[in-house]
Design a protein around this ligand. Structure first.
Ligand SMILES: Nc1ncnc2c1ncn2[C@@H]1O[C@H](COP(=O)(O)OP(=O)(O)OP(=O)(O)O)[C@@H](O)[C@H]1O
Length: 263
């Protein structure tokens, strides 16, 4: 099957041409199939967010190519939605919850607004926020605000959803709830998902494959097939032998270069 999203030999240099030019990563090639869920893990600062922004067409690569359904990406393409870590900054505090979710549909003709509003209420229901349409983001908890951001992403009917550490600003239990929510929505809506995270358990729990970025100089060191059965459950999946093996392997890959802690 042809790739939905294809990264071919992508390289990023910040400050190219200047004496303090900085090579973020090089030679990254990765194909993501339609409806696949791929996680990208790597140590802090290795370039995960940069890579995702390039995949979204939000930043240019220094070399290499990004393709969406076979077409070269040179700016944000329709159908690709980016979900940010900092939901509080990505929601508009002066708009109600429903008006935040409606935002990607604002260009639609007035005559369609009523039916779009109903559709957006449906997305809010899907993320467990029925009845919160007329609240403002600042009246909601952090986890609820990220649910609003997820509903807004759904309203854009993504072919590809790019998730940049989307759960890192919430507490551990909320994080697990949001992980399950994203898995349910992914299963129902069949978008392609690429998740950047530094959390190896999250990567294994959610993804079909995990791409591992190395320490500097960053390259793609391996891509691992997860192969755990779906639907996944926080208790049973995390106790599965395969889950534990993968977690071990990824922890070693990410921590391998650190010196052991002295007794
Ligand atoms: N706009 C920029 N200009 C210059 N350097 C940048 C810029 N954005 C990122 N960098 C550098 O590129 C490297 C990769 O940054 P990036 O945020 O992509 O890494 P990351 O793996 O997502 O990090 P973290 O896991 O800590 O969020 C870092 O060393 C960072 O300082």
């Amino acid at each position: 099957m042809s790739a939905r999203l294809r990264l071919s030999n992508v390289r990023k240099v910040y400050g190219e041409g200047s004496p303090d030019a900085y090579l973020a990563f090089d030679s990254i090639s990765l194909d993501v199939a339609p409806s696949e869920f791929v996680a990208v893990v790597g140590p802090s600062g290795c370039g995960k967010s940069t890579l995702l922004r390039i995949a979204a067409g939000l930043a240019p690569a220094s070399a290499g190519e990004v393709e969406l359904d076979g077409r070269s990406v040179s700016g944000p393409p329709p159908g690709v939605v980016y979900l940010f870590q900092q939901y509080a900054k990505s929601l508009f505090p002066w708009r109600t919850v429903i008006d935040n979710v409606m935002f990607p549909l604002e260009a639609a003709p007035r005559s369609e607004r009523r039916s779009l509003r109903e559709r957006c209420s449906e997305y809010l229901k899907q993320v467990g926020l029925a009845g919160f349409e007329n609240k403002y983001p600042w009246q909601l908890s952090g986890g609820m605000q990220q649910r609003v951001a997820i509903a807004r992403a759904l309203a854009a009917e993504p072919r590809v959803l790019l998730l940049d550490e989307p759960f890192s600003a919430v507490d551990a239990l909320t994080r697990m709830e949001l992980q399950s929510l994203v898995l349910d929505l992914w299963r129902e809506n069949r978008f392609t998902a690429v998740l950047v995270t530094h959390d190896v358990e999250e990567a294994v729990f959610l993804a079909d494959r995990v791409a591992v970025l190395s320490h500097r100089p960053t390259t793609l060191s391996e891509v691992i097939e997860v192969g755990l059965p779906r639907p996944r459950d926080h208790i049973a999946t995390r106790e599965d032998k395969r889950f534990l093996e993968l977690r071990h392997h990824l922890m070693e890959a990410l921590l391998g270069r650190l010196a052991p802690v002295a007794a």
